[in-house]
Design a protein around this ligand. Structure first.
Ligand SMILES: Cc1cc2nc3c(=O)[nH]c(=O)nc-3n(C[C@H](O)[C@H](O)[C@H](O)COP(=O)(O)OP(=O)(O)OC[C@H]3O[C@@H](n4cnc5c(N)ncnc54)[C@H](O)[C@@H]3O)c2cc1C
Length: 438
């Protein structure tokens, strides 16, 4: 077996692993990133008939305050952004659509709240933005709402926002501190959502470039099957024909893989409560159209159907051939729908009816449909019973964790980027980037 030594070995080449490897290499560490399949993990861009499909989508929330932006500036990544037009995002109210109030501008325009409820919601927005409203880790958002006697209209508004941002049908179960942390960032930003021109692949290529320009090595199609430890420290990660030894390791692989690799180590028990997660599952139905169907909105959310459509090619000009359009519909799956083929069929029908309603004529323009059943949107679904994996345990000091199952910041890929930033910060400066709760 071939053996190679590095300062840091990063296991897993999704967004978390690649960004961590790039940041360490950029800062002078000798790194290797080891990925069992294709680089990018769940963030992939696939080209079909001139359309670029991103599974999952590449909407980045509050990019100005994000860890991805921090890394973009630090490493001078070559990424072009297109920012969301706030007033073009709508709720489907049945007989009409109205603006989603994700900041004060949207609040003035929306018809979802009226009169005094607008003031009440503005008051909560202000309190959250200023950091006075923090929630409580022991209270779900439903419980917080009840305790604080929130009016029914404001309650509905809060839960609708949470449904669409946390991709959750049961947003009331989100811990209230996670909810308010999230909205503090969102209400403060001027750019709630942005898209990367060219999709995830552009970002993946940029991370690869930085790793290679700084003498880092990338091993794809290389699965880590077991670990060698001396009890306290990991000494090596073994693939079939290659042993990777290092001073420090970042594991950017999902919980069920962690459980297998760490089964015989002193972290086995520590990891158990975090490896039994319930993920957030979604279904999506993308359609590539020959000719654009114009509407005066680019995102529409239907709270009764629990689904939304984004006009991806409006923001990512490379997503469709000239004159064409790429639309993406996403639905959240309830727990009872996850393994139920009949429920999946019913959701596909609902997707089609939702397209009929907002993009009439799409069937005549259809070049390529692409539907997917129950991919893991985020490896951890935020409920009162689930907590993110810590980034580090004192018990095994040379091991760090990153990925969207960890105790990072934000939601979706921001959890991956923030945990990658935090673990690299600890390796580079021996201090966490994000203070952990006491
Ligand atoms: C339908 C859908 C829509 C989405 N929409 C958005 C969105 O709009 N905005 C957003 O920010 N995020 C979105 N996401 C979420 C985003 O894609 C994920 O948060 C992100 O890609 C997770 O990256 P990660 O590196 O943390 O994990 P992963 O991508 O899961 O990476 C883990 C990697 O580890 C590798 N691995 C596992 N075991 C081993 C082993 N033993 N040895 C070596 N390698 C191993 C895997 O092959 C994988 O590549 C969406 C996801 C989906 C599915």
């Amino acid at each position: 077996m071939r053996t190679s030594h590095y300062d840091v070995v990063i296991i897993g080449g999704g967004l978390a692993g690649l960004s961590a490897a790039a940041r360490l290499a950029f800062n002078g560490k000798k790194v290797a990133v080891v990925e069992r399949g294709k680089l990018g993990g769940r963030a992939m861009t696939i080209k079909l008939k001139g359309f670029q499909f991103n599974f999952g989508a590449h909407a980045i929330y509050a990019r100005d305050t994000s860890y991805l932006s921090k890394m973009e500036k630090e490493m001078d990544l070559d990424v072009t952004w297109e920012d969301y037009r706030q007033l073009q995002s709508r709720y489907d109210m049945g007989d009409e659509t109205t603006v989603i109030p994700s900041n004060f501008g949207g609040l003035l325009q929306t018809k979802l709240l009226k009169g005094s409820d607008k003031f009440r919601f503005a008051y909560h927005m202000l309190f959250t933005t200023l950091g006075f409203e923090k929630g409580d880790p022991n209270l779900s958002i439903d419980e917080w709402i009840e305790l604080n006697r929130i009016s029914p209209a404001v309650r509905e508004m809060m839960l609708n926002l949470a449904n669409s941002n946390f991709f959750a049908g049961d947003a009331g179960q989100i811990p209230s501190n996670v909810f308010f942390d999230y909205y503090r960032r969102l209400f403060k930003t001027n750019i709630p959502v942005s898209f990367i021109q060219g999709g995830w692949q552009v970002l993946i290529n940029e991370f690869k470039r930085v790793i290679r320009e700084n003498d880092g090595q990338i091993f794809d199609k290389t699965k880590i099957t077991d670990l060698l430890t001396d009890g306290e420290r990991v000494q090596a990660a073994n693939a079939k024909r290659h042993r990777f030894t290092a001073d420090e390791f970042i594991f950017a692989i999902p919980p069920e893989q962690l459980q297998k690799l760490f089964a015989d180590t002193r972290l086995s028990q520590e990891l158990t409560p975090y490896t039994d997660y319930e993920p957030a599952y979604v279904m999506f139905y993308d359609i590539g159209l020959k000719k654009r169907i114009e509407t005066d909105y680019t995102y529409v959310f239907d709270k009764d159907r629990q689904m939304f459509i984004t006009d991806i090619s409006y923001y990512d000009l490379e997503a469709a051939p000239p004159g064409g359009q790429l639309l993406q519909a996403v639905a959240y799956l309830r727990r009872d729908q996850v393994n139920d083929p009949e429920a999946h069929e019913a959701i596909i029908k609902k997707f089609e009816a939702f397209y009929d309603r907002h993009f009439p004529g799409w069937r005549d323009q259809l070049i390529i449909p692409r539907a997917s059943k129950k991919p893991v949107l985020q490896a951890i679904r935020w409920t009162m019973n689930q907590q993110g994996l810590p980034i580090h345990f004192e018990k095994m000091p040379n091991v760090y964790f990153a990925g969207d199952w960890t105790n990072g910041q934000g939601q979706l890929s921001e959890l991956s980027f923030s945990s990658a930033y935090d673990s690299t910060e600890r390796i580079l400066h021996h201090t966490p980037a994000i203070p952990q709760p006491l």
